[in-house]
Design a protein around this ligand. Structure first.
Ligand SMILES: [Zn+2]
Ligand SMILES: [Zn+2]
Ligand SMILES: [Zn+2]
Length: 167
């Protein structure tokens, strides 16, 4: 008997009250936020204001499938299922792969700019009379290159093919 492993990756759970991901309206501890304009205090039903996303501040509704926060949330869920890890672990993994356009990218860039001084493997340099204990500094910690997760965007999006494009 062969087990057909079907890894169905469900869509991110979005709270209908505060529009955040990962919990439902019934367990929400946030404030009522409009899914259309991201303002607090009213529902999106009668809202006619400019679209603004709660989660990524983009110019779309909070339930838009073009939302980068939604796509990232989906990626976290698929990573969690594929790698069989916990949600916080998957979120950390995805966030480390896709740097947010904010201070986290700057901090990474700053770390990368700190490069070791050009070490010259010149044996004659040891002949210099100045005693330098440079052996310990040569053993610098290598950069973390553990980000070799295969990004596979070919996740079957079942149920989202409701757009009938007819030309
Ligand atoms: Zn909520
Ligand atoms: Zn609104
Ligand atoms: Zn968004």
């Amino acid at each position: 008997m062969r087990l057909s492993v079907r890894t169905y990756i469900h869509n991110p759970l979005r709270c209908f009250k505060c529009q955040r991901f990962g919990h439902s309206k019934t367990s929400c501890r946030g404030t009522l936020t409009c899914a259309r304009c991201a303002e607090v205090g009213h529902e999106s039903t009668d809202c006619t204001r400019t679209e603004k996303c709660v989660n990524c501040k983009g110019e779309h509704t909070s339930f838009s499938r073009n939302c980068i926060a939604w796509k990232r949330e989906k990626e976290i869920i698929s990573t969690k299922i594929k790698k069989q890890i916990s949600y916080p672990e998957a979120r950390k993994l995805v966030n480390s792969q896709t740097p947010t356009p904010g201070n986290s990218y700057v901090s990474v860039a700053k770390k990368k700019s700190f490069s070791a001084p050009s070490v010259q493997n010149n044996p004659d340099a040891s002949a210099v009379t100045c005693p330098k204990p440079s052996d310990s500094s040569a053993k610098a910690s290598p950069p973390i290159t553990n980000l070799s997760l295969p990004s596979s965007p070919s996740v079957p999006l079942r149920g989202t093919s409701s757009i009938d494009v007819k030309f």
